[in-house]
Design a protein. Structure first.
Length: 899
């Protein structure tokens, strides 16, 4: 039901109480004290107002409570929610409280509490400005609705004012419309779960009452009765005055026809007459009219007079009366009850008028004289005694109920504690069961492991017996081998003696050679830096038969190459174009490089004719690598072993050029057409016309105009014009891919990369080279792609990364019979039989510190002449010790016997 203003109604009901004009000394003063005490207790009863953090939003709830409090004290309650997200920076970044330090979280919560205290003080200030007494109360809890219920239970709140909905749900709310539906989840939760001790809850929205939760009076009558049990001493001391004052009622008044006097007295003596009396007071009736209400009939009284609990089954006005009766007003209510039985306005109006004024004791004897029948007084006295007994019984019942509630609370706490202990024990039991299951699993695993160990032990025992038998057999073989070793030692000693004799002969020969060198040092010292001869143009014309076109073996943008016979030696004559702007510079560049450099894999410059810009090289009958890859002139294809050897030799000569002193040499135009092959298919690098001298520091570059063949040129060199040693590495990678696939250079990098990604490299390999070992082919392909990286800083180093891959491959292919190719290759010794210095088949091969094999005499002569670098790589040797290559010497001797 909706309650507009209950507190003013209570006050009005108390103020509207009127008593009969019974002039008994002491009785009236006692009744006035009781009324004043009752009003004071009603005013002291608190109204609790639930507020939120926003003072502007919730002050309308507080103002409504102040307006309808009727003078009661206001208690402002608030549920404080500690923050779960804590700001940690000025930008407002928040982190969960569980992720931060405890000290930091506590400090922030303390700041929140201070702000909350300040907010509650603002509410108290509003109450102070309205002249109302107020206090504050708060609780910390994560759930606001649970916090409100907790405060209701702990503080035994009976009247509560709170918000009923968010403003957005009642934005169109109008006072003349009846809105009884709650929209706030918190309000609905409190309405449905609030304990019965809180008999009235007002729900507001925008300062207007939208819903009231009001319980029936049976929820609160018992507690009120407990406070009303102490009897008024003034009432007991005035019993004789009551006897003399109330006799007049029966003689001077006319009783209603429907109710006789005995029936009325019977109702007074019934058990629940104490509760029924409240209906005869001057409280506002449910329909809003004031005045005295008619007494109930007999059926109403007898139907509900069996138990004291019937007292609670009345209207809200009964509950208000019970509150008044708790201060000693029950006896005073008997008089107006009797006054309502009188049928006539004369006596009633006179009694009310006398009750409002002072008692007149002089009129009491006249009333006593008129009243001769004391029966009514006796019955009234009996009712008074019954009321006193009932009040005492109610007080005892209230005390028992209070004790029972305390016992129930203790029992509830014990039950909760027992539940917690049970949960803990259940959790511990679960943990123990899990641990037991884990232990059982571990035990099973250990049992399985034990069985496995047993099986392994048995197998080991069997193997032990087998090994013992093998050891016995091995001992026999060891004895046989020892005998062979003894014979081999004797043979070795004989060889040692022969070696010592040969070393002595070698030392003597070296001494003689040194003496000869010294004797020839002076006349040849001025020309040691040059290794070529100058020829006249006439000799060039004679050698080429006046440049006969039939002798032309090559032609390009640089000029033409002729085959000729110069001084009884077959040579290759390269003539540069006279109209070329780069002719003189390229001619001088190639002369300067080849005249001062010697390497087994560099083409030999025999001489030059400066007048005609002509260079004379050694004649290489097998042409270029480009010719052999394309099988020009129906020449047989190169086997994969030969291709690996050619790649290794090309890597060796590039290392030699890049590490030369004082400046490294960058070829700049590395391609298969510039890689020539001699009669033994040994690599000879040529065409140094556009080479450049750079510092040995790889970060230093030489800026020049891009020249060369596009497919083999470094992309960074094309874009920046900076020529570094990494440009030769890029060209070497493209040549390596051509050796693998036999395809043209343009687009070969993407084709090989795609084949590797899809696992189709085997289909891309050149079938003319034979059956490539797939592992080595894949290794070479990956190495070539690394050399062809677009960023030169990602390309490998030739002397370390590339050489370590190619040299083992070349060594593994050295003894293979498939290394030779065709009749032309089989008639010449393999290149690894040739001494890099003497260019002859080695008789006493030795391995130097650089890993290459040389003729022992040639390498010692190289070292004795003051050289400390490798003849092949031009890198300083770590030491000068030589190790005989017995396996190679055996292979050379076998080859010599066959040929």
């Amino acid at each position: 039901m909706a309650l507009v203003s209950v507190v003013p109604a209570i006050t009005e009901g108390v103020n509207s109480m009127r008593f009969c004009d019974v002039r008994a000394p002491g009785i009236m003063s006692s009744r006035r004290e009781i009324v004043e005490e009752t009003v004071a207790r009603i005013i002291e009863e608190k109204i609790y107002v639930a507020v939120g953090k926003d003072v502007d939003k919730y002050k309308s709830v507080l103002f409504w409570a102040l307006q309808h409090s009727g003078g009661k004290k206001i208690c402002i309650i608030h549920v404080h929610q500690p923050a779960k997200m804590i700001p940690v920076s000025e930008m407002g970044t928040k982190f969960p409280a569980s992720k931060l330090e405890e000290q930091q979280v506590k400090a922030y919560w303390e700041i929140e509490r201070k702000n909350m205290e300040k907010m509650l003080n603002d509410y108290l200030l509003l109450c102070l400005q309205r002249g109302a007494r107020a206090e504050k109360l708060y609780i910390e809890m994560d759930s606001i609705e649970q916090g409100i219920l907790e405060m209701i239970s702990e503080n035994r709140i009976r009247m509560l004012v709170m918000g009923g909905a968010a403003d957005k749900h009642y934005s169109k709310y109008k006072p003349h419309k009846k809105v009884v539906d709650l929209k706030s989840k918190k309000a609905i939760f409190v309405r449905e779960n609030a304990p019965n001790t809180c008999h009235t809850i007002w729900f507001l929205c925008k300062g207007l009452l939208i819903y009231t939760r009001k319980l029936s009076s049976d929820v609160t009558d018992t507690k009120v009765a407990s406070s009303s049990l102490p009897a008024s001493p003034n009432l007991e001391s005035s019993e004789n005055h009551f006897r003399s004052q109330c006799v007049i009622l029966r003689q001077t008044s006319q009783v209603k026809p429907s109710t006789s006097a005995p029936d009325s007295l019977h109702r007074v003596r019934s058990e629940n007459v104490y509760g029924r009396m409240g209906s005869t007071l001057g409280f506002p009736s449910p329909d809003g009219n004031e005045g005295l209400s008619t007494p109930p009939n007999r059926s109403d009284v007898e139907g509900s007079s069996d138990e004291w609990d019937g007292l609670s089954r009345r209207s809200p006005q009964n509950s208000v009366l019970s509150s008044c009766s708790s201060n000693g007003m029950a006896d005073a209510a008997l008089v107006p009850y009797m006054g309502t039985e009188v049928n006539g306005n004369g006596l009633q109006s006179s009694l009310i008028s006398h009750a409002e004024g002072n008692f007149n004791l002089s009129s009491l004897p006249s009333i006593r004289d008129v009243t001769t029948d004391n029966t009514l007084y006796d019955q009234l006295q009996q009712v008074m005694a019954e009321a006193t007994n009932l009040r005492r019984e109610a007080f005892e019942e209230a005390m028992k109920r209070s004790e029972a509630e305390k016992d129930a609370l203790v029992a509830i706490r014990r039950v909760k504690a027992s539940e917690i202990l049970y949960a803990q024990e259940l959790k511990q039991r679960k943990e123990i069961e899990e641990a037991l299951a884990k232990e059982k699993d571990e035990l099973d695993k250990m049992m399985n492991q034990r069985d496995e160990v047993r099986i392994e032990l048995q197998a080991a025992l069997d193997q032990k017996s087998l090994l013992e038998n093998q050891i016995a057999e091995s001992e026999k073989e060891v004895k046989e081998l020892q005998e062979k070793i003894f014979s081999a030692v004797e043979l070795l000693q004989n060889y040692k003696k022969e070696r010592d004799e040969l070393q002595m002969e070698r030392d003597n020969a070296l001494k003689e050679a040194e003496e000869l060198r010294k004797s020839r040092a002076e006349p040849s010292g001025a020309h040691m830096h040059q290794f070529f001869t100058e020829f006249s143009f006439t000799e060039i014309e004679e050698a080429t038969l006046n440049f006969d076109p039939s002798l032309k073996i090559g032609e390009g943008g640089y000029g033409s190459i002729y085959k000729g016979n110069l001084r009884h030696t077959t040579v290759a004559i390269k003539m540069l174009h006279s109209n070329s702007l780069q002719g003189p510079s390229e001619f001088q560049q190639e002369v300067d490089v080849l005249s001062k450099m010697r390497h087994p894999n560099l083409v030999t410059l025999i001489g030059a004719c400066p007048d005609a810009w002509t260079l004379i090289y050694e004649y290489l009958p097998n042409g270029s690598l480009e010719d052999r890859l394309s099988c020009r002139g129906n020449s047989p294809p190169l086997s994969w072993q030969t291709r690996i050897r050619l790649a290794t030799e090309l890597c060796s000569v590039l290392i030699f050029l890049h590490s030369s002193k004082p400046h490294g040499i960058v070829h700049g135009d590395l391609k298969p057409a510039n890689i020539l092959l001699d009669a033994n298919f040994v690599t000879k690098l040529s065409d140094f016309g556009i080479c450049r001298l750079v510092s040995n520091n790889t970060t230093v570059c030489c800026r020049t105009d891009p020249k060369g063949t596009f497919a083999y040129m470094d992309p960074e060199f094309l874009s920046t014009g900076e020529l570094t040693q990494k440009a030769d590495v890029y060209s070497f990678g493209v040549i390596l891919l051509r050796l693998l696939t036999g395809r043209q250079a343009l687009g070969i990098i993407k084709e090989v990369q795609y084949a590797l990604d899809n696992g189709n490299l085997k289909n891309l390999l050149d079938p003319l080279a034979g059956d490539w070992p797939f592992v080595q082919a894949e290794q070479l392909a990956n190495l070539a792609l690394r050399c062809c990286e677009m960023n030169r800083r990602c390309r490998p180093d030739l002397s370390t990364d590339v050489w370590r891959v190619l040299e083992p491959m070349r060594a593994s292919c050295g003894g293979s019979s498939s290394f030779q190719l065709g009749s032309e290759e089989q008639c010449h010794p393999p290149s690894y039989f040739i001494c890099p210095i003497f260019q002859e088949v080695m008789q006493d091969p030795h391995v130097a510190a650089d890993g290459f094999t040389y003729e022992a005499e040639a390498l010692r002569g190289w070292l004795d002449s003051g050289h400390h670098t490798s003849p092949m790589t031009n890198i300083k040797l770590a030491h000068s010790n030589l190790v005989p290559n017995l396996a190679l010497r055996s292979a050379i001797q076998e080859w010599l016997q066959q040929h």
